[in-house]
Design a protein around this ligand. Sequence first.
Ligand code: FAD
Ligand code: NAP
Length: 655
Amino acid sequence: MSNGDSRGTDKKKIVIVYASQTGQSKIIAETLNDSALENGFEPTLFDIAQHGKEFNFNELVDPLVFVCSTTGDGETPESARKCWHKLKRINKDAEPTYLGNLNYALLGLGDSNYSQFCNGPKLFHARFQDLGARCFYGPVWADDGVGLEIEVEPFKDGLWDALDDFFNQNEADLTSKMHKLALTDHQLGFELTLPELVENHLAVEYSESPCEEEESPPSNLLKIFSAIYPQSASNIYAASVVESKIMTGKDAEKLCFDVKFKPTKCYTNTAEELAQFEFKYEPGHAIDIVTHNDQTETDRLLERLDLKNVRNKKLHIKLLNPTKKLGIVYSKLSESTHLTLDLLFKYCVDVRTNGLKKNFLRMLAEYCSEENERMRLLQLASKEGSEQYQTLVKESSLTLLDLLNIFKSCRPPVDYLIQMLPPLNTRSYTLCSDGSSSNEMEIIFNLVNFKKDDHRTYDRLGVATGYLSRLHKDDTFYFLNRKFQNFAFPADTKPIIMIGPGTGIAPFISYLRSLANDKSEQRNLWLFVGCRDPAKDFLFGKELVDERVPLLTKLSVSFSRTKLDNEQDPLFKHYVKDSKYVQDSLKHYAKEVASLLHDLDAYVYVCGDAKNMSKDVFNCFVDICVKELNMSTEQANKYLMDMIKNKRYKQDIWA
Ligand code: FAD
Ligand code: NAP
């Protein structure tokens, strides 16, 4: 694939793509290609029929000039159909930034004597916009009915200035990002206190001989997982997706996915398949899902590091100092399996925020040829730059690629990078299924979405949620059993107060489903859930109201962005007037909640967001104890802390 990245070099690379039916777009594109050379650009020309083979729109880093014709009654040219159908299949709600890195100029050709003038390129334009691309020049619609040249000539004339503006803007944008990452002289003082520079003791060599017969996945992958995940001392499970759907409305602030799957295979940590297995779990159980880095991101990284030509060669990673431990896992792996840079950057190393520790920035600084950039990286790595590091690198969740985009003269050697980047971790997900059948498993998750901004240089999704959101029916993924399980439900019959706004409802749905199968004695169960707007993001709302209410002593719902005043609404009787957050409902029922805690020894289970919600809920319980149980704030805190210690107040929370 040719998806050249001009950042980091002086050449202004552009990509020209034509979608031609009768040859007009092709001729115009070829003319543009020749003029581009004369105007100092480095063009690469593609027929859209090469899409998916030679290039992909979602992987283009350099600006695109797209010349597209119309055929039939407003259709895309035949050569474009495969590409068009591929783009049509992308779920724009699930992947709103699928083309987030695409910048394009568009020249559309059509004939106003036919209905649906220029509809072929208009379809592409609308789809590009839906998927997050940016049109930096045009669109221009040229009309064969009155003479194409009326629009084509001015388009050509203005294109080179528009491209120059695009590159200059990009340059200015990156420079401004770099300045934002810098300390002022006032903050800087005189000396920088820097972390120690960790020495590199890995050396990468590539097999010169043609690629050996690659061990067929999953065997190769399983060996990699076993080596990099410390948890995989136990088994690794392969799972097949049964159904994947978006649970929320399309206009919900956060898209929530529901994935049902079944485990299909089980492997030992030496990649041997077990003939028989059963995955047993109880409500409240979480699994660790094996994830991988986004392919486009790793492609761009390898390209930026000038490693495209060796990315598929078998690696030999040598330890220069056998007493050192950092990176040793990759050295062993490269001897025992078929390891390539592609595999390593996709599955093994964390190229996101976790990787950008201060000593990592210190290392990057050593490889900047521009003194200005070196100094700025050193500032960020220094004790004096801690505030900037925290707010700009950590809170903006900058990635390795962001830094390499911003610090264009930085050229770190790959062996050093491999040594310094931490391993890519699995991500935990609580099962919503009840454990009655090991063949039916289900998780829900909110898609994490990071937009390009003042600091980030490109759009991206969360590592695991981005990966999981792209899974379709019958796709395979891998998971491990999570060692640490903290949320099992009690075997005794004391009351439980369950609090799970948003995706925090997952373990409670699992538990209620399990109770529906178990007709034994009814328990005193209170469930507090919340969402923004029941019309958009009330997860399992219908199931709760239609099926689970009979199991609950109290269901209480809160809506943070809307109010419920229609008495006919089936949710109305579960809604406390004006309750915004679960804490408002807890406070409304303060007397009953206090009595459950104090008189009936109730358990409290809290699941979901750790950043704000779980702390606010804890403080709400403190207030309830103070008001209803006549405790001092100190006593209330101690009372609740003791509950935590005695596992009567349990939290499964994550930020
Ligand atoms: P990452 O790529 O790792 O990014 C997430 C990071 O980005 C976080 O540090 C977050 O603070 C930060 N971040 C998020 N949005 C922004 C933003 N806009 N700007 C800046 N920074 C941002 N999650 C579920 O959805 N469902 C579950 O059932 C579930 N169960 C869990 C059970 C357990 C026991 C644990 C420990 C966690 C659970 N999680 C669950 C959380 C889950 O493991 C992942 O952490 C989460 O899905 C995000 O993963 P990711 O790889 O997509 O995000
Ligand atoms: P969410 O959709 O962001 O929020 C759900 C509801 O909670 C919204 O109505 C929101 O209101 C409200 N809310 C916001 N701040 C609150 C606060 N301080 N107190 C009470 N309610 C508050 O939640 P989510 O993304 O599903 O869940 C949050 C996190 O939990 C995610 O990071 C997810 O990964 C994690 N999670 C962990 C586990 C686990 O550890 N076992 C399980 C599931 C999920 P507004 O936005 O309108 O303010």
